[in-house]
Design a protein around this ligand. Structure first.
Ligand code: I6G
Length: 791
C-alpha cells in the first residue's frame, strides 16, 4: 500500500483534520472535477469521521461534512436553488449493513414483507431536470444539495434527455432526477482519439461526464458522448404520480426518459442480496461503470414515514461494490514490445486490491500519456480497473511525490533486441525497428497467430514459442508448419535442461519423461496440422495486422470473400467495408505493402494452410466502385464528396484524370484552389500509383461480383442473440461462431433488442433479465437441434 501520512492522535484534532480533508475532497470532486483521492479512500475518511462523531457527541456539528451533501457550487454557472433538496445516500459495504437497513425499516414501519425497488448505481453526475407543461425549462447539478448550478444549455445537447415530454398525464411541474454518465465504450473511444491526436484524456467516465457538463461552451459538451438515466423525482405540482417508486419509474419511461432496464422490485434482505450478487456478476459486462446498487423502499407512504437523517433518506441505501480505483506506488516504469513492434510503457506497482483483484501492473498506454500525467517511479498514483479493461494509471497524486523522483523518457533502443526505437511523424506510438529480427515481436506474433480465436493451435504456450524462437526453429509464423516431432522434442529437452527439469528429476517424480514429451509433441503436431484448415476471417485475424481485430477480420472476409483479392487491394478500397475507417484501412494497406509480409502469406499457403470459405465479394460493394468514391476514400486535401462527384462526371477514368492539365480540372467545375491541391497531390508518384491501383482493384472487384443476387440471407439474419452460462457440447465461442455464420449478431448484454438468449448451465443474471423482459430463451438442446437443422 502507499505510505500514509501521520494522523493526529487526539479525537478533536483528528475530527478537524478529517473534516478539512473531506471538504477539500468534496470541493475537488464536485466543484473542480479533479479528485485527488479514490472513492474508496473518500468513503473510508467519511466512515472514520462518522465513527468519531458518534463516539464523541460533543464533537458533532451541523457544519460537519457528514451532515452535508457534495460541495457548494464553484460559481462558474448561475445558482439554482432546488425546490426539493437533492440528497445523498447512506452506504452499505457488506451484507450485515444491508440487513441492518432492512431491520430498521421493518421495526419502524412494523411490517414484515417489504418491497424494494433496486437499481444499479451509476458512476456519473447527479442532475435535476425541470419540466413545466411538458417542456424542459431548466437543468441543474446537485451542488451542495440545496443549491446547484444551472447547466441547462449543456444538458440540452444530450440526446437522451427529452426536450418535451412524450405521452400524456404528466404533472404541470415535474422535476426528474438522474445521472448523466459516459458509457465505457464511448469513454474508451474518446480517450483513444485523444491519445492519438493529443486531446484531453479523461481519467475515468465519471470525470468525463462531470467535466463535460461544466463546459462554458455547450458546443464542447455536444461533442462529448454523454448518456442519461432517470432514477427519481423532485418537485411535483399540478398532477399526481403512482404511489410507488417502481410505478413512477415506469411512468418516467412512458414520458420518454431512459430508465435502467436493470431496475426491478425485490423483497426482503435475501431479495436485495440476490440482486446485488446478480448485478455484481454482470458488472464487468455492463456498458457503463457502476459503483454499487441502490435499494429504495418501494412505497412512497413508507418512505414518508421513514423520513430522513441529516443528509440522506432513511428509506434508501447504496450498497457499494469493491472499488475500481485505488492508490498505490509506482516502483518502476517498464516497456513492453508487442507483436507489431509497438513499445508500450507500463507501471510496475506495489500490489493493491482493485475491484477484488490484486494488481501489480498497469498500462501507461504510450509515451505521450506518461508525459501528460508526468508519471515517475516513486509516485503515488490512482490505478483504475473497470470491466475487462487492463488496469491503467489514471492520475498522479502530486503532493505525495518523493523529492528525488525523475521524469521518465522512452528508451532509445529496444530492451529486447537493441534495435532503435523510432516514432513515425505525428504518431503516438514508438516502435522497435527490429521487426521480425526482434525476438519479442516474433514471439508475440506467433503467440497471437496460434491463439484460440486465430488459428487455434492448442498446446503452444508462450514459453514454448520463446524456446522455439531462441533455438532458431521459428523465424516467423509460417515456420510453425515446418516443425517436426523431433524439433519439438529437441526444443523441449533443451528448455527442460535450462529450467532445471532434468529427466532424472522427472523420473524421481514418477513421470515417464520420454513418453510424456513424445505424447505432448504428437499432440502439438496434430494441433498444428488441424489448424491448416481454417477460415478467411481467422486467417486475417491471425496475421496480427495492427488495428485488425476479430470483428474487422470477419467484416473483411464477409465483404471481399477471398484472400488473393484482399492481398492485392490498395488501402482506400478497405474503406468500402462498413465500420472500416482511414486508420484501419491504412494499417491494412501498410501491412500488405511489405514484401516480407506477402512472403509469409505465400509460405503459409505453400505449407498447406487452406482457406475453406472463399466466396465472391458482397454484392453491395458494387454500389460504390466508381472514380468519385475512390477519390473520396483517398482523403485528398480539399477534395470533398461534391468535388469528387464533379471529377467523376468529368473524367472517364483515373488515367484520364492523371493526364489532365490543371485548366481541365477548372473547366470540370473545380475551384482553382481545389484543382491546385489535387494537382500537387497527384505529383507525388506514390499518390498517383495508389490512385491507379485503386482503379484497377475496382475493376477487378466489379468482375468478381456475383452475377445474380447474393445467397439467401442466413436464417438468423437480423437477430441479436446473447449467450450465457456453460454449454456442455461446445464452448460458448464455438456456439457464437456458428450462430454468427447463420446471420445472427452476438451481443454481450440482454436488452429489449435481444431476439433470444441461449442459456447454458448455471446461467445467472442475463437469464433472469431475459425472463424479466419476456425474451425467448433457448436451452442447449434447442440450440443443438437448430444448428443441426441448419448445418
Ligand atoms: O446518487 C444516487 C444514485 C442513484 C441517488 C439515487 C440513485 O438511485 C438509483 N437515489 C436517490 C434517492 C439519491 N441519490 C438521493
Amino acid at each position: 500500500m502507499s505510505p500514509q501520512p501521520q494522523h493526529a492522535s487526539d479525537p478533536a484534532s483528528r475530527v478537524a483534520e478529517l473534516r478539512a480533508r473531506i471538504e477539500d475532497a468534496n470541493r475537488r470532486y464536485h466543484g473542480l472535477d479533479a479528485p485527488d483521492i479514490t472513492d474508496a479512500e473518500y468513503d473510508a475518511l467519511v466512515r472514520e469521521l462518522e465513527a468519531l462523531e458518534a463516539a464523541h457527541p460533543q464533537l458533532a456539528s451541523t457544519e460537519s461534512p457528514t451532515r452535508k451533501v457534495g460541495a457548494a457550487p464553484a460559481g462558474r454557472f448561475p445558482p439554482v436553488v432546488h425546490a426539493v433538496p437533492m440528497l445523498s445516500l447512506g452506504n452499505a459495504f457488506d451484507d450485515e449493513e444491508v440487513a441492518d437497513f432492512v431491520r430498521r425499516i421493518r421495526e419502524r414501519l412494523d411490517r414484515e414483507d417489504l418491497a424494494f425497488s433496486a437499481e444499479p448505481k451509476l458512476d456519473g453526475l447527479a442532475i435535476s431536470l425541470r419540466y413545466e407543461d411538458g417542456a424542459f425549462v431548466r437543468g441543474a447539478t446537485r451542488g451542495d444539495g440545496a443549491t446547484g448550478e444551472d447547466v441547462t444549455a449543456n444538458l440540452r445537447t444530450i440526446a437522451a434527455i427529452p426536450h418535451a415530454l412524450q405521452g400524456r398525464g404528466w404533472p404541470q411541474v415535474l422535476e426528474v432526477r438522474g445521472e448523466v454518465y459516459m458509457a465505457r465504450a464511448d469513454f474508451e473511444r474518446w480517450n483513444e482519439q485523444a491519445r492519438l491526436h493529443g486531446g484531453k484524456v479523461l481519467a475515468n467516465p465519471r470525470n468525463g461526464a462531470a467535466g463535460s457538463l461544466r463546459q462554458i461552451d455547450p458546443t464542447l459538451t455536444a461533442r462529448r458522448p454523454l448518456s442519461f438515466f432517470a432514477y427519481g423525482i423532485g418537485q411535483v405540482e399540478g398532477g399526481t404520480l403512482p404511489d410507488t417508486h417502481s410505478g413512477t419509474l415506469a411512468r418516467l419511461r412512458e414520458w420518454g426518459f431512459p430508465v435502467s432496464e436493470l431496475a426491478t422490485v425485490v423483497h426482503g434482505v435475501e431479495g436485495l442480496l440476490g440482486y446485488y450478487r446478480g448485478i455484481g456478476e454482470a458488472r464487468d459486462g455492463l456498458p457503463f461503470d457502476i459503483d454499487g446498487v441502490v435499494y429504495k423502499l418501494d412505497d412512497y407512504a413508507g418512505q414518508r414515514e421513514m423520513g430522513f437523517v441529516s443528509r440522506a433518506p432513511r428509506w434508501a441505501i447504496a450498497h457499494k461494490f469493491p472499488a475500481q480505483e485505488q492508490t498505490t506506488v509506482v516502483e518502476s516504469i517498464e516497456v513492453n514490445v508487442g507483436r507489431t513492434g509497438a513499445v508500450t510503457p507500463w507501471a510496475l506497482m506495489q500490489p493493491v486490491q482493485v475491484g477484488g483483484v490484486t494488481v501489480t501492473r498497469a498500462t501507461l498506454h504510450n509515451a505521450d500519456h506518461v508525459a501528460r500525467l508526468d508519471v515517475r517511479a516513486g509516485d503515488t498514483v490512482i490505478v483504475r480497473r473497470a470491466g475487462d479493461v487492463i488496469p491503467e494509471v489514471v492520475q498522479v497524486v502530486a503532493d505525495r511525490r518523493p523529492p528525488d523522483a525523475q521524469p521518465w523518457s522512452m528508451p532509445m533502443v529496444c530492451p529486447v533486441c537493441g534495435a532503435e526505437v523510432v516514432r513515425e511523424d505525428g504518431a503516438a506510438v514508438w516502435r522497435c525497428s527490429g521487426e521480425l529480427s526482434c525476438p519479442a515481436q516474433r514471439v508475440q506474433s506467433v503467440f497471437h497467430f496460434a491463439s484460440r480465436r486465430a488459428m487455434d493451435i492448442d498446446g503452444l504456450g508462450e514459453r514454448y514459442i520463446e524456446s522455439l524462437s531462441e533455438l532458431g526453429y521459428l523465424q516467423d509464423v509460417a515456420d510453425l508448419y515446418r516443425l517436426t516431432i523431433e524439433d519439438l522434442l529437441e526444443m523441449k529437452r533443451r528448455a527442460d535442461e535450462r529450467d532445471g527439469t532434468t529427466p532424472a528429476a522427472l523420473a524421481k517424480s514418477g513421470v515417464k519423461a520420454g513418453k510424456v514429451a513424445s505424447k505432448w509433441a504428437d499432440n502439438l503436431i496434430e494441433a498444428i496440422d488441424r489448424s491448416r484448415d481454417t477460415t478467411l476471417a481467422r486467417f486475417l485475424f491471425a496475421l496480427g495486422i495492427e488495428h485488425v481485430g476479430e470483428s474487422t477480420a470477419k467484416a473483411l472476409a464477409q465483404w471481399f470473400g477471398d484472400l488473393e483479392l484482399i492481398r492485392r487491394l490498395p488501402w482506400p478500397l478497405f474503406k468500402r467495408v462498413p465500420d472500416i475507417g482511414g486508420e484501419v484501412a491504412r494499417a491494412l494497406g501498410h501491412f500488405l505493402d511489405q514484401p516480407g509480409n506477402q512472403q509469409v502469406i505465400d509460405r503459409l499457403l505453400e505449407r498447406g494452410v487452406r482457406i475453406g470459405d472463399s466466396h465472391p465479394p458482397h454484392p453491395k460493394l458494387g454500389e460504390a466502385l466508381d472514380l468519385a468514391t475512390l477519390l473520396v476514400d483517398l482523403e485528398i486535401p480539399k477534395v470533398t464528396a461534391i468535388r469528387a462527384a464533379q471529377l467523376g462526371t468529368a473524367f472517364a477514368d483515373a488515367q484520364a484524370l492523371l493526364d489532365a492539365p490543371v485548366h481541365n480540372l477548372v473547366t470540370a467545375g473545380l475551384p482553382a484552389e481545389t484543382a491546385n491541391a489535387l494537382v500537387a497531390w497527384l505529383e507525388d508518384e506514390a499518390h498517383a500509383g495508389v490512385l491507379l491501383r485503386g482503379a484497377q482493384a475496382q475493376a477487378e472487384l466489379r468482375a468478381r461480383l456475383p452475377a445474380r443476387p447474393a445467397q439467401a440471407a442466413g436464417p438468423l439474419e437480423g437477430k441479436t442473440v446473447v449467450l450465457t452460462g456453460t454449454l456442455s457440447a461446445m464452448g460458448r465461442d464455438e456456439a457464437k461462431d456458428r450462430l454468427e455464420a447463420l446471420g445472427a449478431k452476438a451481443a454481450g448484454s440482454v436488452s429489449k433488442k435481444t431476439s433470444f438468449v441461449v442459456a447454458g448451465e448455471a446461467a445467472g443474471s442475463k437469464l433472469a433479465k431475459a425472463e424479466e423482459l419476456g425474451i425467448e430463451v433457448w436451452d442447449e438442446a434447442k440450440l443443438l437441434a437448430f444448428l443441426e437443422r441448419h448445418s
